[in-house]
Design a protein around this ligand. Structure first.
Ligand SMILES: CN(C)c1ccccc1CNc1ccc(C(N)=O)cn1
Length: 251
């Protein structure tokens, strides 16, 4: 997948290109991420990208012309692509949306600064607005990098555990369940031991235990997700395991 990030702070892409899974996705060629800076597409001596808002009010607005030229350059780099504006007015980023975006050949992400961008750029060029949560940040770059991370790890071959059971885990990819607990060595730490079931080698028993834990934790912390799960497809086994969990929890 090819991603272009339109940003006044191109160095911020280093947070993704420089570390971990996203760095490996780029080095393996599964992902490319390049910054396009609207300031490089200004035509005045001061390289002006913002101006005062019509109608008055505090702050500045990003000018439409540099954005249009930067978008053309971005399209030259990544080809035809969905244009996504990261903004508090956007639809929430969810795992399902990340899955949908991971199927795209290319994305162009627009990171706003100041009070945002001239509305005419949004009307004419933005395909969809996405928000990473109901809070206001000083720029759209961190939301854009969050989206890149969420999408990158879904690209084929990026996460090395294709073959392992972990891949078909119901909750690992938050198929509307929270994750189960995870443990590794040592078996005992300050008097706390790893649940015996996980050391039993009985994979069917382990699968059931992990599903029960995911259901129970979702019931406790995110009952709203549980409703979504019930609507989208709930097995008799899940019903039974959750009731078991609740029974033990309320003792
Ligand atoms: C400067 N602001 C307020 C602004 C205004 C309009 C668009 C973009 C920005 C950039 N800031 C953002 C961007 C996204 C999110 C989010 N929740 O995804 C939060 N803040």
């Amino acid at each position: 997948m090819r991603i272009a990030l339109m940003t006044l702070f191109p160095e911020m892409t280093g947070l993704v290109t420089g570390f971990g899974v996203t760095r490996r996705a780029i080095e393996s060629g599964r992902l490319s991420l390049e910054a396009v800076n609207p300031r490089d597409f200004t035509d005045d001596r001061h390289r002006t990208v913002d101006d005062r808002p019509f109608g008055g009010g505090p702050g500045m607005v990003m000018k439409v012309e540099p954005l249009e030229r930067a978008l053309s350059a971005a399209r030259e780099r990544v080809g035809p692509a969905r244009v996504i504006y990261l903004s508090p007015q956007g639809r929430p980023l969810t795992q399902r949306k990340a899955q949908e975006l991971a199927a795209e050949p290319a994305l162009i992400l627009v990171a706003g600064r100041y009070e945002g961008v001239d509305e005419r750029f949004i009307e004419a060029r933005v395909d969809e607005q996405i928000s990473i949560g109901d809070y206001v940040l000083s720029g759209g770059e961190l939301p854009a990098l969050v989206l890149v991370d969420a999408v990158a790890r879904l690209l084929p071959g990026v996460l090395g555990h294709e073959d392992s059971a972990a891949q078909d885990s119901f909750s690992g990819e938050l198929e509307n369940l929270l994750d189960c607990p995870h443990y590794t060595r040592p078996e005992e730490h300050q008097g706390r031991v790893v649940p015996e079931v996980l050391r039993s080698g009985d994979h069917e028993r382990i699968r059931r235990w992990r599903l029960k834990q995911a259901l129970g934790r979702t019931w406790r912390w995110r009952p709203d997700l549980l409703e979504a799960r019930r609507v989208s497809g709930w097995t008799e086994e899940e019903e039974r395991l959750l009731n078991e969990y609740i029974g033990e929890y309320e003792q």
